[in-house]
Write a protein of this length. Sequence first.
Length: 187
Amino acid sequence: MGKRNMILRNMIFRIMVGRTMLGLLSLVLSVCCALPAQDAKPSTDSTPQTSLVLSDEHASVTFTPADFRALPHVSLTVHNGHTDASETYSGVPLATLLAKVNAPLGKDLRGKAMASYLVATGSDGYSVVLSLAEVDPDFHQGQVLVADTRDGQPLGKNGPFQLIVTDDKRPARWVHNLQSIEVRSAK
Ligand SMILES: Nc1nc2c(c(=O)[nH]1)N[C@H]1C(S)=C(S)[C@@H](COP(=O)(O)O)O[C@H]1N2
Ligand SMILES: [Mo]
């Protein structure tokens, strides 16, 4: 009786230990599986974002491709110094977009506003700087366009939006997959 009882107790003990270990294992597994999601950093891949965000320290406006298509477009033909080809882009002048966040343009572009600049960033984190004066057609000759088509077609891997700066001899400021434009002041 004593021996059988011992064997029985031993078995029950083993089963309980086994269950506890299983429970612990599943707990550890579930915590480990949940960790990468909690640790996830903001995406750094270069998947094109669909919207364009325009902002200054007070306001921010987001344009979806559909919002953007509804705005009045202009078309320009420019020589791309990188591909050595003539390209026709259609889009919205950046000044027209900036007016929507009340950026100082035209007669308001003087004094402190002359120290205003823009940071245009692509989905890969590539950023370029333009002065506000360069973007204002009342001030500067060259055109700065946020394009959504080239030669009548959507921009494909460079889209949905791309910056075009006609004065530049190299298209290094022609930011592909443009996703944000921030207005800042150097003063
Ligand atoms: N988002 C993004 N845009 C970018 C770049 C980049 O690295 N990332 N490189 C720039 C540079 S230096 C050049 S020369 C052109 C090249 O564009 P292309 O390959 O379409 O001629 O894209 C410009 N726009
Ligand atoms: Mo370049």
